[in-house]
Write a protein that binds this ligand. Structure first.
Ligand SMILES: [Zn+2]
Ligand SMILES: [Zn+2]
Length: 215
């Protein structure tokens, strides 16, 4: 079990949008609202607990998307407030809608995430990796340009996320991690939903040891 949830993950990109597209753009990018007049854009991953603190961290930049790694309460409970406040759509894998409704029965997420989908924010590409196991609709967000993957509760420093509760499955999470995360470049930084960050290569060793111990 993990202890108290860490602070909400707010990751900002500070790149300026290229000056070339006209303002307002005639065709906004698919899946995202049109960029605002400010040049700096951000995404928020797993807004939890304190919408005011997240709004402060956004610091006036344009929130382009609210991305949910999965729909456990401690990752999404501030999402509707933040979405209503900013107009940014909430993105969730549809397999987690059953969990979403336990926390937000009357406020559906606006957008579906799917494996292999890509979102570009401030010129930085985020790739969606579906990693079921901790939750059926758990996803990770891989940002090749930053050499970083955001893993939510799928992969922690020290091994897989918990699979003891409803809708979780140990074999499924191990398959997801082996086939879809440990195949990323070994030096990829892993920013987890709780606790310390780690590297893909460190977790490859941890998974080997864990599986060896269960045989
Ligand atoms: Zn969780
Ligand atoms: Zn969690």
């Amino acid at each position: 079990m993990r202890a108290a949830p860490s602070a909400p993950s707010v990751r900002a990109t500070t790149k300026s949008t290229p000056p070339s597209p006209p303002w307002p753009p005639s065709t906004p990018p698919a899946g995202l609202p049109p960029p605002g007049p400010r040049t700096a854009q951000v995404v928020v991953i797993d807004p939890a607990h304190d919408a005011d603190a997240i709004t402060t961290a956004i610091a006036g930049r344009t929130l382009r998307a609210i991305l949910c790694t999965h729909a456990h309460n401690d990752h999404i409970n501030a999402a509707p407030t933040l979405s209503a406040r900013t107009g940014a759509p909430i993105h969730l894998h549809p397999a987690d809608e059953v969990l979403w409704k336990l926390t937000h029965p009357t406020y559906p997420p606006g957008r579906h995430l799917s494996h292999g989908a890509e979102l570009t924010v401030a010129g930085v590409r985020l790739k969606v990796i579906h990693t079921p196991g901790h939750a059926p609709g758990a996803v990770c967000f891989y940002v090749p340009e930053l050499g970083t993957v955001f893993t939510g509760d799928t992969l922690f420093n020290g091994g897989p996320g918990a699979t003891g509760r409803s809708y979780s499955d140990f074999d499924t999470i191990v398959t997801s991690i082996r086939d879809r995360l440990l195949t990323l470049p070994s030096r990829t930084q892993v920013l987890t939903g709780h606790g310390d960050s780690t590297l893909i290569e460190s977790e490859a060793k941890a998974i080997d040891e864990l599986l060896a111990g269960r045989r």
